[in-house]
Ligand binder design. Structure first.
Ligand code: AMP
Ligand code: GLY
Length: 418
């Protein structure tokens, strides 16, 4: 079977790496891919951007692609599944209506309220004056969210009034996030421990993946600017049976019935972003994709075949996914300056990495040399019986990767209760 993976991050490298291990695979094409996807056996990069739907469609038809797996949220929210509906190809990912759960934070909040799914209280605003007046009578900290997609940057946890007012002015009056910030949410701040709960969602069932946590802040001790994720660990040390049951009952079940009531036939990955306190979970966000860098850990933890699971789910059969015992950890290696501005096209040297897996994210080959091409450049992952082993291996070997300005957190694997 020929498969097309859409995207170019570390998540897509991990998905392509896992898919190409399947016996059923002839070739995994990745559009556009990165400097790592092209090195995998049976993987080929295709120079098509993930938003170029006409080119993607022609490629599918000309290369007998039977399955498309969509990595990032943008093509899903922009309707790639709908666009390909008259091509003879299976698409793993929701249609545009299903992807609105991530594409519009107001839509998803209304969905949460309507289906009695636990989440923070919130109010919606399309006028900055009304938003500012609301802030004047609010308690702090408070959470501000742009309604639309803002490349993971559309949320501010504001500790004081001035900061919140500046954000409202920049986002609603200025054009910090363009139309994505025309409408905003002002939301109750939730406290506890964050948990990424991901899996495969269909109209009839949800198959949870192993749990994971990511380390969002830039610096050690979970300090500094929020990033897309500087490291990850799976399973999450915070999961237990009661909590899992609580999530399945109070979050997953009503999500499935809520989608059914809306007539949405969702087939794809689903990532519930949760805040957990006293074994009770509340939803922070829905994502219609897998997390990055969590996927890099999850694909290494997954023992069974990912392609089988996807094909079964698309066929309405509940896949049985098995997981390795032990843990996987990953440390992200980023460009200096990330998550703010950073240099691209910085030459990279990679020494000898004997074990573990180096997933590429912001890399590409230029004149046969590997250079940086993004903020998060790699994640170095390792699986073992213990997290201590993972830490030892990764931090003993991370110096094999070298480029000017590279930076990483030295405390991934530590457990921070919030
Ligand atoms: P979101 O894109 O909605 O997940 O928000 C990004 C990050 O902002 C989350 O991973 C949390 O760290 C934080 N966040 C979002 N909503 C809340 C909330 N209601 N209370 C506290 N933190 C939040
Ligand atoms: N690691 C967080 C995300 O993918 O949204």
């Amino acid at each position: 079977m020929n498969i097309l993976v859409i995207g170019q991050g570390g998540r897509e490298h991990a998905i392509a790496w896992k898919l190409q291990k399947s016996e059923k695979v002839t070739q995994v094409f990745v559009a556009p891919g990165n400097g790592g996807t092209e090195l995998e056996a049976r993987c080929t990069n295709v120079d098509i951007s993930s938003d170029d739907f006409p080119m993607i469609k022609s490629f599918i038809e000309e290369n007998s692609i039977e399955l498309v797996v969509v990595g990032p949220e943008d093509p899903l929210v922009n309707g790639i599944k709908d666009y390909l509906s008259d091509s003879n190809v299976l698409v793993f990912g929701p249609d545009a209506k299903g992807a609105q759960l991530e594409g519009s934070k107001i839509y998803s909040k209304e969905f949460l309220f309507k289906n009695n799914i636990p989440t923070g209280k919130a109010a919606f605003f399309s006028s900055s004056n009304k938003a500012l007046a609301h802030l004047e009578k609010s308690n702090f900290p408070i959470v501000l969210k742009a309604d639309g997609l803002a490349a993971g940057k559309g949320v501010l946890v504001a500790n004081e009034l001035e900061e919140a007012k500046n954000w409202v002015n920049e986002v609603m009056e200025g054009s910090k996030f363009g139309v994505a910030g025309k409408n905003i949410i002002i939301e109750e701040c939730l406290f506890g421990t964050e948990l990424s709960f991901m899996g495969i969602l269909t109209p009839d069932f949800f198959i949870p993946f192993e749990t994971s946590i990511d380390y969002k802040p830039l610096h050690e001790g979970n300090k500094g600017l929020n990033t897309g994720g500087m490291g990850c660990m799976s399973p999450s040390p915070f999961m237990n049976k009661d909590l899992k049951n609580n999530i399945l009952e109070t979050v997953v079940k009503p999500t499935i019935s809520g989608l059914k009531n809306k007539g949405i036939n969702y087939y794809g990955f689903m990532y519930f972003g949760l805040m957990v306190k006293d074994n009770i979970s509340k939803v922070l966000e829905f994502n219609c994709r897998l997390g990055d860098p969590e996927t890099q850990c999850l694909m290494m933890q997954m023992e069974s075949d990912l392609l089988d699971a996807i094909l079964q789910a698309l066929n309405g059969e509940e896949p049985k996914i098995t997981w390795k015992t032990g843990s996987t950890m990953g440390v992200v290696i980023a460009s200096g300056g990330y998550p703010n501005s950073y240099k691209n096209k910085v030459p990279i040297n990679i020494g000898t990495l004997k074990n573990g897996k180096l997933f590429h994210a912001g890399t590409k080959s230029m004149d046969d040399k590997l250079v940086t091409n993004g903020g998060r450049v790699f994640s170095l992952n390792y699986s073992s019986d213990s997290i201590d082993d993972c830490k030892r291996y990764i931090y003993d070997n991370i110096g094999e990767v070298n480029f000017d300005g590279m930076t990483f957190r030295t405390d991934i694997g530590e457990i921070y209760e919030s």
